[in-house]
Write a protein that binds this ligand. Structure first.
Ligand code: ATP
Ligand code: MG
Length: 579
């Protein structure tokens, strides 16, 4: 491709609203352009990288026998009403009405549509297992579209669905997909980690997320250096502390005035106690019902655990008005003792063992002290509802866990019969009995993967593409197009590279050398061949973007040496092992 005619609108600067590096660099390198919040055009350069990732995904899907199809993005609401997700999916669902006043949606994921397809086309176990996949634009009206294509409202996803006659067959495919995902992200040059995860709105019985390690990630990963344990913090189990009956007799409950002290910090300062001596009481609205969740003052509630424990669809923190209504006190003074209304109380293991603690008194500006939880709170459920913390015990081996941040680039789910049952997608088993199909589903965020690669592969000057997904392998630059000799040699090399099938971007622009080199660093194409003043001596310069290694070679040796150079570059790409 000639750069003179290519649409690669590089920018020297971008607005401060682009905070994360991949967003800034993709804008600067002219890969993407925003149309509306979370909605981007993939410009030619961005599109080339997207296609490379797609190609890797396709190859690995075909390798495990998955068949490609294309499902409609516009879906009738009826299917989503059948599964129940028309109501439960929430505000992310992009709904629309057609000219006949019928409800439709733009698919954020396609379990319903594919289940409908299978129930209408497959009726016997003999056709199973079957794995189908597509690469398609998905729509989610994200609350906070941010970070460029890392979290878009319209984005490209590969979604695969597998169908089975039994659980055993699902396990096999799940493992194959898990392995295929590991190969995909390795080939994309990503440092990643598969972690145990929450099934979220997709549902099902078991799931792993594939996390690209990055400080720009929105997810916290919990892992253990002593064993192979790794989980999303949303899921990471906290070990139940050993009951320690100190035999301590606690003084009777006592009200204490805490005027204006709403936060943990204010209360502990006022009473001269540590946060670990206080019980934090948070009110949630779970499927429409108030639930009070209690953790020790220095711990945080994990609302996903609350939601899963209560087997709920929606779990949200109550508004200030609701807190006032339910507890009779403003936010900051809620507690489990003396509630006027009977509501469910869910307490974390550690908090349930507390003696001589402080809690809100359900009265403005008042707390209670000398709380012996088991003595004073009458009715409650104990569960693991707190966030694990760095240094807590590893649920698998007992060592201390560590944290790191990651971007979820893919997720695999065992769905079981979550969709086939309500949608009546059944097959005949070998005995002729009707059984629901067992399902799995598997997603890769293609556009998010591209951004994650940029997150991991850049330096101060720009992007540093791994060869396998680079938009071009070679950046050929002619320093001065007005110099006949330089131009002729560059044109000749360009023609030879094209004939040899080398993916080459040819900077034939009438720009200053400085501009050309700055752009070249920004675009991050792995190998640069520069035709400049030395061409009079028959020499051109090569430079490896990643290592900075450069040298001169004879113009007549370029084509011969290029394969070797590219091989070297491929080996250079940080092949970071799964840690
Ligand atoms: P997240 O928790 O980040 O919102 P998710 O768990 O809801 O993602 P899935 O339903 O598992 O996403 O979708 C499969 C894959 O699609 C994700 O692993 C991710 O790579 C990608 N993806 C999801 N939402 C977005 C988005 N808004 N923009 C870009 N990619 C996305
Ligand atoms: Mg997910």
């Amino acid at each position: 491709m000639r750069q003179q005619t290519a649409l690669i609108p590089t920018l020297r600067d971008v607005g401060a609203e682009a905070e994360v590096m991949s967003h800034r660099l993709m804008l600067k390198a002219g890969m993407i352009k925003q149309l509306a919040a979370g909605i981007y055009t993939l410009l030619p350069l961005g599109h080339r990288v997207l296609r490379k990732v797609e190609q890797i995904v396709r190859e690995e899907m075909e390798q495990v026998g998955a068949q490609e199809l294309l499902l409609p993005a516009m879906n009738p609401s009826e299917l989503w009403k059948e599964s129940g997700r028309w109501e439960t999916y929430g505000a992310e669902l992009v709904k629309l009405v057609d000219r006949h006043e019928r409800d439709f949606l733009l698919g954020p994921t396609h379990e319903e549509v594919i289940t409908d397809l299978l129930r209408n086309t497959v009726s016997s176990y003999k056709k199973l297992p079957l794995t189908l996949y597509q690469i398609q634009t998905k729509f989610r009206d994200e609350r906070r579209p941010r970070s460029g294509v890392l979290r878009g409202r319209e984005f490209l996803m590969k979604d695969a669905y597998s169908f089975h006659a039994d659980e055993e067959s699902l396990e096999k495919t799940y493992q194959m997909m898990y392995d295929a995902y590991s190969r995909i992200f390795t080939r994309c040059g990503l440092e990643f980690r598969p972690v145990e995860a929450d099934a979220g709105a997709i549902g099902g019985t078991g799931t792993h997320e594939f996390m690209a390690l990055s400080s720009a990630g929105e997810d916290t990963l919990v892992f253990c250096r002593a064993c192979d344990y790794a989980a999303n913090i949303e899921m990471a189990e906290v070990q139940v502390p050993k009951a320690s009956d100190s035999g301590l007799t606690v003084a009777p409950l006592e009200k204490v005035a805490t005027p204006g002290a709403k936060s943990i910090e204010q209360v502990t300062n006022m009473l001269g106690i540590e946060p670990a001596h206080l019980i934090k009481s948070l009110l949630f609205i779970v499927d429409g019902e108030p639930v009070m969740v209690l953790v020790r003052g220095d711990h945080e509630v994990n609302d996903i655990k609350v939601k899963n424990f209560l087997e709920a669809e929606v779990c949200e923190l109550a508004t200030e008005e609701m807190v006032q209504q339910v507890t009779g006190a403003p936010v900051g003074f809620a507690g489990p003792i003396g509630l006027q209304k009977e509501i469910r109380i869910l307490v974390d293991h550690t908090a349930a063992q507390m003696k001589d603690a402080v809690v809100g008194a359900n009265e403005g500006d008042t707390h209670l002290k000398h709380v012996d939880f088991q003595r004073d709170v009458l009715s409650y459920h104990v569960a693991d509802v707190r966030l694990i913390e760095e240094g807590d015990v590893c649920p698998q081996c007992g060592d201390a866990v560590s944290f790191t941040r990651g971007i979820e680039v893919g997720q695999v789910f065992k769905l079981g019969t979550k969709y086939s049952k309500p949608m009546n997608a059944v097959i005949h088993d070998p005995n002729g009995k009707e059984i629901p199909m067992t399902m799995g589903c598997y997603g890769v965020g293609i556009s998010r993967t591209v951004a994650s690669i940029v997150e991991q592969h850049h330096d101060d000057d720009g992007i540093v593409w791994p060869l396998a997904i680079a938009p071009y392998a070679v950046h050929l630059i002619v320093v001065n197009v007005k110099n006949d000799e330089q131009r002729d040699v560059a044109e000749e090399l360009y023609a030879s590279m094209q004939a040899a099938g080398v993916e080459v971007l040819f900077d034939d622009r009438k720009e200053r050398a400085g501009v050309k080199f700055k752009d070249a660093d920004l675009l991050g194409i792995p190998v640069r061949i520069t035709v400049g003043a030395k061409v009079g001596d028959g020499l051109v310069e090569y430079k490896v973007r990643r290592s900075g290694e450069s040298g001169e070679i004879s113009k007549t040796d370029v084509m011969e040496q290029l394969p070797q150079l590219l091989k070297q570059v491929a080996a250079l790409t940080k092949r970071i092992k799964n840690r």
